[in-house]
Each structure stands twice: as C-alpha cells, then as structure tokens.
Design a protein around this ligand. Structure first.
Ligand code: DQA
Length: 139
C-alpha cells in the first residue's frame, strides 16, 4: 500500500470555523474521514502544526520513506525558505495544496517559495484540492 502524508500548516486546525467564506464550513477531521473512504487503496496519514519547525521535522521524518506528501503550508508558503529547503532535501515528491485560489487573492499570496521545489500545485478547489493532489500519486 502506498503511504501518503498530508501536512497542514498554521491556522488550518481552525478549518470550519476560520473565515468560512474563504475556507468553507467543514472541519478537516470531518473531511479526512471522507478522504480515507475515497482512497481505500492508500494509507493516509495526517499531521497539522502551527509551527514551522514541526512542519520541517515531519517533512524530514516522512520524506525518505513515504510515497508522497501533500502539503498545505498555509501562510508559510509565502515566507518560508526553510520549508522550501526541507522539500529540496528530501526524496519523496511533495504536492503543494491551497484550499483557496491564492492567485485571485491579495498579491502577497501570489508568490510561493514552495512551488519551484514541489512536483506540482493545486489551488482553488476548496477541500477537494486535497483529493486532487492525492490522486496525482496514484498510477
Ligand atoms: C492557504 C492560502 C494561504 O495564503 C493562507 O495563508 C492559508 C491557507 C489555502 O489553503 O488557501 O493559511 O494555504
């Protein structure tokens, strides 16, 4: 069974409560249960942290043995050279995910330090962005 790690960054623990007009009404825990039933052929793992270092530690811990990583680094996407370096350092491919269409939002969200070192990026499909990203690991 392929092993896929989902990593959510800062403020994504508040999904369902946080700016529902932008991020929707569903909690990630709720959505994660749905995801698991959509991909019975995959072993999914979920990790969330508001700390940059903890996200980097999880990339190191899974990035040499897992088959894929789906990463929504939240606002660290736009600021973190350290997370970009961690993605560069590991061998597991990473797909960058955003719930919202970052390109239709404020200009500071248009730049990602992570996109150049990720396999690809999926943004703007709501929580369905995670399903689309995970699908890319099925061949
Ligand atoms: C986000 C977009 C980021 O700009 C923002 O800081 C987030 C969430 C998204 O999923 O749309 O925290 O990554």
């Amino acid at each position: 069974m392929k092993r896929i790690q989902i990593i959510n960054g800062p403020n994504l623990n508040l999904l369902g409560k946080r700016e529902p007009g932008v991020y929707g009404n569903q909690s990630f825990d709720d959505y994660y249960h749905q995801l698991q039933s959509v991909f019975p052929e995959l072993e999914l793992f979920y990790f969330q942290s508001n700390s940059e270092g903890a996200i980097i530690d999880k990339l190191h811990a899974t990035g040499f043995s897992f088959d894929g990583i789906v990463l929504n680094a939240g606002a660290y996407t736009h600021t973190s050279i350290a997370i970009a370096d961690a993605i560069r350092a590991i061998t597991t491919p990473v797909v960058e995910v955003h719930i919202s269409n970052v390109f239709s939002r404020e200009e500071f969200r248009h730049h990602s330090w992570l996109s150049p070192v990720c396999r690809g990026c999926i943004a703007g499909f709501g929580l369905d962005s995670y399903r689309l990203a995970i699908s890319s690991f099925i061949s």
